[in-house]
Design a protein around this ligand. Sequence first.
Ligand code: SAH
Length: 425
Amino acid sequence: MNEADALRAAALLESAGYQPTADAQAASLLLLNTCVVRQQAEDKIHSRLRYVADLKRKNPEIVVALMGCLMGRNPRQKQAVEQHYPFVDLFLPPSDLSPLRSFLGSPASARMPGDAESEALPLPASRSGQTIVAYLPVVLGCSHACTYCVIPYRRGREQSRPAEDILAEARALTERGVRELILLGQIVDRYGLDRPGEIRLPELLRRIADLPALHRVRFLTSHPNWVTEELIETVADTPKLTPYFEIPVQAGSDAILSAMRRGYTAAEYEALLARIRQRLPSAGISTDMIVGFPGERAEDFDASLALMERVNPDMIRIAKYSPRPLTYSARHLPDNVPEEEKERRRVALERQLRRTLTAKNAPLKGRMVEILVEAVEKNGRRYGRTPDYKPVFIDHSNATPGALVQARITWAGPFSLIAEENRSS
Ligand code: SAH
């Protein structure tokens, strides 16, 4: 979501005549997009801002813009940041470019300014050459109160964008050469539920897949309770919808899932994955896990390891629990798993993942796969992804970014593949 927001800010700046530069000291405007989902991300912003403060002292002409979840949408939170960083010129709430628009003197959008729900977002520019894969936010904010999560406090309540805006943006992106769209929402499956009369995610996906120039469409992130049979059927029946699901589970112990207020049990999650795989045997499934949640005992963590061993996902993004301001867990549950133990659990889960993925991917060697080429690496190798979202490097290929190629896998590691284009076919 942050990447999508940052690209939109970059597109707006470029449309006003700004050029990107890799040299911060040469910039006339610096825009920092911020993430606070964990303390580590927040620490990074503060250290970056110390460096920016220094640049601003040397060159007071630089315009400094701060965007995203550090301020969030709450005026009090924004005020606290303003007081802490008086040298910042512009503050942009997450997914809201209106302060930047006013600064640039560009005509305010015809819709209500500052209302992220209806603001027609500009199109993202690419940072390096042709953009083949683009993120497209469809649900902003989140109203599901997972006890650990700061996102609802910073991105505000759940708001689906109007389908007509999304479709217009999707069409415009394909006209710029985009061949794959990734629809975004904190619980993307809930698309449309907050807009009476609006279409739902399966219909939105079908309409986007109808755009002739698009090769692939994905969506993320799913919440286990909102992945419907209709959604699974739509993915199975629509060739351009890739067989890929991102469904965070967060923990394998029911006691911890309940303390997180996730709203499902480990068995329900397992059953959902079984249904998806029964309908779509080739589906790639990735998930998120938090280790060291308050009260997580050794046996709770063992349940996480065991669940991941059983469901054998194609990727796990592992995070160590980090207490976040205003969240229920930060206010009411002591952060009582020591840092060394959190790190030990993170490493144990990562080791298991490396082992299971090595075994899972090994049989792919020799297999033909379809790859959407996204980029040409410095060494001439092509880079792209399989339908189930595995990253692949292609040797001996002359394919241009945006092309779909058939290639044979020559090496399969846990986290990436190498393939060779089959020129005899
Ligand atoms: N809306 C998605 C993703 C939210 S943020 C979902 O809820 O599933 C991305 C990931 O960051 C989460 O899936 C979770 O694993 C992690 N995360 C969120 N808050 C966290 C916290 N306080 N500490 C550690 N990890 C956290």
